[in-house]
Design a protein around this ligand. Sequence first.
Ligand code: GUN
Ligand code: ZN
Length: 406
Amino acid sequence: MQVIKTNILTPLSVNNIILKKNVFVTISRGLISNISNKHSSAYLDCSDLVCIPGLIDAHVHLSQLYARGKHSTNLLSWLNNHIFSEELKSADESFAKQIARDFFNELLAAGTTTAVVYISPFKTACDLAFEVAESIGNRVIMGKTMMDRGEPGFLRENSDRSYQESVELFKKWNQATSRMEYIFSPRFALSCSPRLMRRTGEFASANDAYIQTHLSENPEEILQVRRLYPQAKNYTHVYEKHKLLTPKTLLGHAIHVNDDELTMIKNSGAGIVHCPDSNFFLKSGRFPLSEIKQKGIRYGLGSDVGAGTSLSMLHVMKMSNYIQNEIIVTPAEAFYNATLGNAELLQKNETLGSIETGKEADLTFLKIKTSSNHTKEGILSALLYLGEDIKVKKVYISGQLVFKPR
Ligand code: GUN
Ligand code: ZN
């Protein structure tokens, strides 16, 4: 058992964020077992810090960590000019191990305790990523990118092998520890055959497994999907036809989607991951936030590194505010989205996303400048707009200290 004296800022629901100053958080067997105003025996004093729920990144590419900030004019030329060749580097085991170490340490340094991750299309790189995550302590939902069609030839997988390896990885790693799950990761419609998508969707549904893919990010991408699937009503329909839309599917981006597509997504129960920094970087367009809210579709936030330039979910929160013109994303809403909202997107809000008794002790401790106004509104506003000035001082996952700056 450990007790920490601190100031907690946590959502309890989308409309209810609370700040409790100078409280004692008790952690037993990895869970938050008590939050009280008084405590008589020994405790760790973090009363100069603000404790928030560990941040959650719902869409990030491990193998693109070193390829951030590589200029291009749109999605497809960026993939072709910078990303596919970068992902090929992870075929080398020592490279794959090193990038995984850097990735998981940098996630923690950014205050992120849970991440939903695409690994390069190499089985060994995926095994190594799970091993490294386990040794460092990150909570992860990860899968090997699947791609059996289209360019580039040097990354293209044999279709049966892509499927078999993903199933093997699922069997080996899904819930292998309490901190890890597998997610089937067909890259997008342009790099997956109809058969691979269908088999993957059917297996994932039968096994209650997560699926992630990219949807309608860029106009040229959508045009190419239309050419490949002339009978499909739209891009979303391609995924629906091939069984990829399930209640455990996470659709990255979903920018250029019409009302029919949103209805299809809503009816399937799938969720959407909004990646605003990436959308700015690749000039992909503006996320249709009000339409998605109106439909009642579950959505969350992702960094989408390497099209996203930063692993910081505070930065992603800021971009989610900046990218909207007509509607205002409030500090409270952005904070909710990166914590409890993302936990709901992952259907993990019973255990993650807020600081409440009975939940996992996934906690991020922040030093916020003393010049900031330390009211609830002041802290929320600083989290949204001043992430660069905020230092991550400690990170716990299931009550285990996993990060402390040197
Ligand atoms: N669409 C297909 N692959 C990718 C990728 O790696 N990043 C982004 N942003 N979009 C994609
Ligand atoms: Zn992505």
